[in-house]
Design a binder for this molecule. Structure first.
Ligand code: HEC
Ligand code: HEC
Length: 322
């Protein structure tokens, strides 16, 4: 994937970072080009700093002191801007990984069927229908009425998508560690939920991804504009990358054990919406699951998750991926 910066001659024109072609070609990150934009800012800043020093050393012209202070402030601002921009680019683009650890291929029909169940965890983003197959989402995760940060879609995960050419190890690393085939961070993909996924489950899931029918639909390439890069630089908008999965876990055995429940809650991302302690999101919405689990019978809880109808007969809203 090439990253091209449409940089024009002046500092303020380095507005768009465009990731072109997510498919195929040599995944190379052209450091010279992007850094040119921010080192340009740094050079501009240090030029202004030099000018400020020169003016400062000419006391015969005291009126210039105000101008020199202004130039010095501008230089500091430009340097800060360049540092934040470079940090954002580094976080977004710098590959941090060597080769992905290989994973065995799941071929047994029972494994693929198990993988299909797990793939429902992905439908809320990687599908337009809220159902399988995972042919790519239509939601732009960076869209908001207030600000433009770029474009980010959850790609097609059927054999017609980019991952068809990735090894199983690379797909597994994308799912659990949030890095693409070249080791660069993904954005918006909840690797923090999947990092605990066992080798058995991730292998079954990849087996299902490979077994899906080909759906030839393409999502737009990821584009992050300057504001997006700056927000990533100041840590407002974290990338999805997780530390390497070094200790392959096994799936807690089926049954009513707290370990199994903890595992399912983690990989299902219940905390993303219901709060880190499961006691409810902001302003108690989404609701407190600890209180609900205490108040409802097991059968009522299961029925709500399976049917979207709660024990009071109310319909669970569409934001809850039941
Ligand atoms: C909350 C939304 C969300 C969920 C849930 C989600 N993903 Fe993603 N995923 C994304 C986004 C957005 C990207 C694109 C990231 C980028 O381009 O930087 C992505 C990228 C990927 C990629 C890299 C694909 C490529 O072509 O670059 C893989 C593989 C992947 N996801 C697998 C999965 C699997 C498997 C699941 C379910 C277990 C899943 N994702 C669940 C949002 C999501
Ligand atoms: C993408 C966000 C999201 C995720 C992930 C999520 N939920 Fe929810 N959940 C919601 C929202 C929003 C509601 C409230 C829906 C409504 O009342 O209309 C809700 C409601 C519920 C309810 C109560 C329904 C009712 O009518 O009172 C239960 C039970 C529940 N969720 C369980 C879970 C469990 C268990 C998980 C993980 C397996 C989970 N949720 C994951 C967003 C989410």
């Amino acid at each position: 994937m090439a990253l091209a910066v449409r940089a024009h001659s002046s500092l303020c024109d380095c507005v768009w970072l465009t990731r072109t072609s997510r498919i195929g070609h040599a995944d190379k990150f052209d450091h010279g080009m992007d850094h040119g934009c921010c080192t340009g800012a740094a050079g501009f800043g240090s030029g202004l700093g030099g000018l400020a020093t020169w003016v400062w050393r000419n006391p015969a012209r005291p009126w210039r002191r105000g101008a020199s202070m202004g130039a010095a402030l501008l230089a500091v601002g430009c340097a800060a801007f360049a540092i934040v921009g470079l940090t954002g680019l580094y976080r977004l683009e710098a590959p941090r990984r060597g080769a992905a650890a290989p994973l065995p291929r799941a071929t047994l029909p029972t494994d693929v069927a198990h993988g299909e169940r797990l793939a429902y965890l992905c439908v809320r983003c990687h599908s337009t229908s809220g159902n399988l197959p995972l042919s790519g989402g239509q939601r732009d995760f960076l869209w908001s009425p207030e600000r433009r940060l770029g474009e980010l879609y959850a790609p097609n995960l059927t054999p017609a998508g980019t991952i068809a050419s990735w090894s199983d190890g690379e797909v597994g690393r994308a799912i659990r560690e949030g890095a693409d085939s070249a080791g660069r961070p993904l954005l918006g993909h909840p690797a923090s939920d999947y990092k605990v996924m066992s080798d058995g489950d991730v292998t079954a899931l990849i087996g299902y991804l490979r077994a899906q029918q080909r759906v030839p639909s393409a999502t737009p390439s990821r584009t992050i504009n300057l504001l997006g890069v700056l927000l990533i630089g100041i840590g407002q908008f974290p990338v999805s990358v997780e530390s390497p999965v070094v200790d392959p876990s096994s799936t807690p055995s089926l049954g009513r054990t707290p370990e199994r429940g903890r595992y399912l809650v983690a990989i299902s991302g219940c905390r993303d919406c219901h709060g880190t302690d499961l006691q409810g999101g902001p302003q108690q919405f989404p609701p407190d699951l600890i209180a609900i689990a205490a108040a409802w019978t097991d059968a009522e809880f299961v029925q709500t998750l399976r049917t979207g109808k709660n024990p009071l007969g109310g319909a669970v809203g569409p934001q809850m991926p039941w």
